[in-house]
Design a protein around this ligand. Structure first.
Ligand code: ADP
Length: 176
């Protein structure tokens, strides 16, 4: 499913963030140490190879809400943008920190002349953020950044489960 916001295509698909061949930058739901792990970080680091963790080591640790950019190594992309989402119920205010992740990722894409970017559902796995509470945050970040961007032409949300995809179709892409 797709829509447009200020001439940028916004879409949601079901898939694996480590297998987005036609996208320039993929976003990592990273850990503070920028290492491999479970979920999204594990999938991206496995597919990228050990060079990704090596490149990231000097940039770690990062704090909740922050984002850093690296090369994509063996991934079929040009860049990885690593965001540390908030741990729900622990990092405050989680809504502000989650929004900062999306804003910072989009700013980095803009600065690096990246035309297409794919996001996983940051913080909604191991970090426990209820996905239902994330839609308004994501939409407000998109509405703040996309209209002022002259670079970003495509934003894709890549969801792992059918239920998460349905939610994004209705409330994120459908809510813009
Ligand atoms: P966090 O630690 O920020 O919560 P996770 O990686 O645990 O990040 O999960 C974030 C979301 O990404 C969850 O909804 C999870 O189901 C989903 N997910 C896990 N692996 C992948 C993958 N390979 N591609 C896309 N989404 C994934």
């Amino acid at each position: 499913m797709k829509t447009t916001l200020a001439n940028t295509t916004i879409s949601a698909i079901r898939g694996d963030i480590s297998d987005q061949k036609d996208i320039e930058a993929v976003v990592n739901a990273a850990n503070a140490e920028l290492k491999s792990g479970g979920g999204v970080a594990g999938a991206l680091h496995r597919a990228a190879g050990s060079g990704l963790a090596e490149e990231c080591r000097p940039m770690a640790p990062i704090r909740p809400g922050e984002a850093v950019i690296s090369g994509a190594h063996n991934l079929p992309n040009t860049h990885v943008i690593h965001c540390l989402g908030p741990v729900y119920g622990k990092d405050k205010s989680e809504a502000l920190l989650l929004k900062r992740c999306y804003l910072n990722a989009l700013s980095l894409a803009e600065q690096h002349n990246i035309k297409s970017i794919a996001f996983p559902a940051i913080s909604t796995g191991i970090f426990g953020y209820p996905i239902e509470e994330t839609a308004d945050i994501i939409i407000s970040a998109l509405k703040e950044k996309i209209p002022e961007s002259e670079v970003i032409k495509e934003v894709r949300f890549v969801l792992f489960s059918e239920n998460d995809l349905k939610f994004y179709e209705e409330k994120v892409v459908g809510g813009i």
